[in-house]
Design a binder for this molecule. Structure first.
Ligand SMILES: [Zn+2]
Length: 220
């Protein structure tokens, strides 16, 4: 068996492409239209894996299928190659938030690591939402204040429309001229991170937000 190489967000992306193809079959689209949908899906999927081996390229190629069963089997087969979220010990999480003496930890047993781009949990008593992610092979975490929004909105991480919370965090970046200045940055993101992890198709926004929060970018 080849190495695991598909991230959760890639798998979500592939799922959407498959849904588009199934939909065009269901609507009895003209063969050339279906072909165009498939070609585009294949191109986009291959772009997710610039370093794929020939075997891996073959594995994600969905151009040869026609029926729903074939597409379901294709997706099922890919689940064997999902890269799980790295195993993380409670001790590691505590180290990530050293200032938080009463850190509430998530119940890691209840979380499906195969369907996780980022780990997140809330502490209702302190009104905090925690986000943990592997950024360039290093586990990083931030804590945010959160407020559940009164209206549904679009999540910045996954673009899903639904129940969101406004999260805000203070960046660690300091302005050179004003060392006392801390910039707060905020975003609407899914309140339910399990749902968010099922929908997220790219980690770009998430990583940019984490970088900014961690003070790696000081261009503002
Ligand atoms: Zn989301």
């Amino acid at each position: 068996m080849s190495e695991k190489f598909i991230r959760n967000e890639d798998f979500n992306f592939i799922n959407i492409q498959v849904a588009l193809i199934k939909d065009s079959y269901k609507k009895n689209a003209a063969p050339n239209v279906i072909q165009a949908v498939k070609d585009l899906a294949n191109t986009r999927i291959l772009e997710l894996f610039p370093d794929a081996t020939p075997d891996q390229k073959q594995m994600v190629d969905l151009s040869g299928f026609k029926t729903n069963q074939e597409y379901d089997r294709y997706l099922q087969n890919l689940t064997d190659y999902l890269l799980p979220f790295p195993n993380i010990a409670e001790q590691q999480l505590k180290k990530m938030f050293p200032k938080n003496k009463k850190l509430k930890l998530p119940n890691l047993d209840n979380i499906n690591l195969n369907q996780l781009t980022y780990l997140s949990w809330i502490d209702i008593s302190s009104n905090k939402k925690f986000i943990v992610y592997e950024l360039e092979n290093k586990m990083v975490g931030i804590e945010c204040k959160y407020t559940v929004a009164s209206k549904d909105n679009i999540c910045s991480f996954c673009n899903r429309f639904g129940q969101v919370a406004y999260i805000s965090t203070i960046t660690k970046a300091k302005k050179a001229k004003n060392p006392d200045y801390f910039k707060a940055i905020g975003n609407y993101i899914c309140f339910d991170s399990t749902e968010c992890n099922k929908k997220i198709t790219s980690s770009n926004y998430l990583t940019a937000f984490l970088r900014e929060s961690l003070g790696e970018k000081t261009d503002q």
